[in-house]
Write a protein that binds this ligand. Structure first.
Ligand code: SF4
Length: 426
C-alpha cells in the first residue's frame, strides 16, 4: 500500500497537465452519487455567465444508472482519512492528483462556454484539515460567482467538522450543499470509517439546515430587499449500502431520521462495489443494483406516498424484497386495506394502490369531481392497470374475492381501516 505525503502529492501534481488531472479527478468523482441537481433558480446577472433556472440541470447518467454531472470532479483524490470502502482513502495505491481552485474555475468556465455543462459538482478528499479543504472548495465557488458572475448550478460537498463560518460562506455561493453520512449507522462508521463520526456529520447537516431556514425566513419577511439566499436547492447526502450487514430496515430508519431532522432534499444510496485488494472487512460481492433501486423506491414511498419506514419491512424480515417492489409487497401483505374505490377513497388510500403513481392520484381526484372513473379512464392516464386490478374498485371492476362489506358506524377517516370502511361505497 502506498501512503502519499502532501509534499509528494505536490511534486506528482507539478508533473501533470490539466487534462491528465481531469482524467484522474473526474474518474475519482464518479463514486459520488449525490449529483442530481434540481430546484435551483439562479438567473444570470447582466454581463454574467450561465443561467440555472428550473429542474434537472447538469446531470447525466452512467451506463449502470448512476447520476453524474458532466463536470463532476474532485479538487483532489488525496485524502488523509482511511475509510475502508473508499478508493481515495490514504492507504489506497492509486494515482493521485490535485487541482488548484483556479484550475477548477477555468475548467468550469471553459466547459460551460462550450456548452458541455450547465454547472459544477465539486467534492474533495480531505487535505491538511477539514477547514483547509473547505476553504479551497469555497474559493472555487466564490471566484465563479463573484469574479466571473457565473450563474450556473453549483453543488459543493461540505467537509463535516469544518468551521461553521465556512458552512455559512459555502451556502452563499452554492445552490446545493451536501454532507455525506457515508454509512447508515455509527457502528458502521466505527467499523469502516474510523475517523468519521455520525455526530460530527450531523452537526454539519444541522448547521446547513439552520442557516437555510434562517435565510428562507429572511427572504419571506423581506421580499423586496431579497437577502442573499442560502443553498437555494437545499442539502442532500449519500450513504454507501451493502458494505456492512446493516439491514434495509435500519437504513430506512436512518433515512427517516435525516429527512425529519435536517429536511434533506435527497438521500442517495450507493451500492458498495468491491475493488482489487480490498480490505478483508469488506464484502467480496457488489451490492446488487436492484437493492439500491428498492431503497430508492422505498425512499420515494416515504417522501411522497405517506409510508412510514417501519411499514416497508418487519423486524422478522428486515430486508426489502429483491423480486417485488415495496409498494406491492405492502399491498400483498395488507389485504385488509383493499380494495380501494378510486371514485370515493381518500387521497392517502389511493396512493397505496400499486400501479398508481402520485401524479395520477392527483389527476384521479380532480377528474372524479366531474365523473366516475372506469378502467378505460385509468388506462388513458397510463395507470399500470394490470398491476392495480387486484387492489382497486371501479364501476366496471371489483376484484375477484372482494365482497361488499357493511359500512361501519364511524365517519372518522382511518387510513388503516379497510377502504370499504373509509368510503362506504361497496
Ligand atoms: S473522507 Fe471521503 S474521500 Fe476520504 S477516504 Fe473517507 S470517503 Fe474517501
Amino acid at each position: 500500500m502506498l501512503h502519499l505525503s502532501f509534499a509528494k502529492l505536490k511534486a506528482a501534481d507539478a508533473m501533470m497537465n490539466t487534462q491528465q488531472k481531469l482524467e484522474i479527478l473526474a474518474d475519482a468523482a464518479k463514486y459520488d452519487a449525490s449529483c442530481a441537481s434540481s430546484g435551483a433558480k439562479r438567473k444570470a446577472t447582466p454581463g454574467g455567465l450561465g443561467n440555472s433556472d428550473g429542474e434537472g440541470i447538469c446531470h447525466s447518467y452512467t451506463p449502470d444508472g448512476r447520476c453524474v454531472s458532466l463536470l463532476k470532479i474532485l479538487l483532489t483524490n488525496f485524502c488523509t482519512y482511511d475509510c475502508v470502502f473508499c478508493v481515495n482513502r490514504v492507504s489506497s495505491d492509486i494515482q493521485r492528483a490535485r487541482f488548484t481552485p483556479e484550475e477548477v474555475v477555468n475548467l468550469t468556465l471553459d466547459f460551460y462556454k462550450r456548452n458541455y455543462i450547465e454547472g459544477l459538482f465539486l467534492s474533495s478528499g480531505i487535505i491538511q484539515s477539514p477547514d483547509y479543504t473547505m476553504e479551497q472548495l469555497i474559493q472555487v465557488a466564490r471566484t465563479l460567482r463573484q469574479v466571473h458572475k457565473f450563474g450556473g448550478y453549483i453543488h459543493l460537498k461540505t467537509i463535516p467538522g469544518c468551521d461553521e463560518r465556512l458552512i455559512a460562506q459555502a451556502g452563499l455561493y452554492a445552490d446545493r450543499l451536501s454532507a455525506n453520512i457515508e454509512l447508515p449507522t455509527q457502528s458502521d462508521l466505527v467499523q469502516l470509517a474510523p475517523e468519521k463520526k455520525s455526530s460530527v456529520i450531523e452537526t454539519t447537516m444541522n448547521q446547513i439546515h439552520v442557516r437555510k431556514q434562517e435565510s428562507d425566513e429572511d427572504r419571506k419577511k423581506s421580499p423586496n430587499r431579497k437577502p442573499a439566499s442560502f443553498a437555494a436547492a437545499g442539502q442532500s447526502t449519500q450513504m454507501v449500502v451493502g458494505a456492512t450487514s446493516t439491514s434495509d430496515r435500519q437504513i430506512l430508519s436512518t433515512a427517516t431520521h435525516l429527512y425529519g431532522e435536517y429536511k434533506l432534499k435527497r438521500i442517495y444510496y450507493t451500492g458498495f462495489s468491491p475493488y482489487p485488494e480490498a480490505d478483508s472487512r469488506l464484502p467480496l460481492k457488489a451490492t446488487p443494483l436492484i437493492r439500491e433501486h428498492r431503497l430508492y423506491q422505498s425512499d420515494w414511498l416515504m417522501r411522497f406516498y405517506g409510508f412510514d419506514a417501519t411499514e416497508l419491512t418487519t423486524d422478522e424480515n428486515p430486508s426489502l424484497s429483491l423480486t417485488e417492489d415495496p409498494k406491492t409487497t405492502w399491498a400483498r401483505t395488507h389485504p385488509e386495506f383493499f380494495p380501494v374505490d378510486v371514485n370515493a377513497a381518500p387521497r392517502e388510500a389511493i396512493l397505496r394502490v400499486p400501479g398508481i403513481g402520485y401524479r395520477n392520484v392527483e389527476r384521479i381526484l380532480s377528474i372524479r369531481r366531474y365523473h366516475q372513473l372506469v378502467l378505460d379512464d385509468l388506462r388513458k392516464l397510463n395507470v399500470r392497470v394490470k398491476q392495480a386490478l387486484p387492489y382497486l374498485i371501479t364501476p366496471d371492476h371489483i376484484p375477484t374475492g372482494a365482497a361488499p362489506k357493511e359500512e361501519p358506524a364511524t365517519t372518522q377517516m382511518d387510513l388503516f381501516a379497510p377502504v370499504s370502511a373509509l368510503t362506504g361505497s361497496i
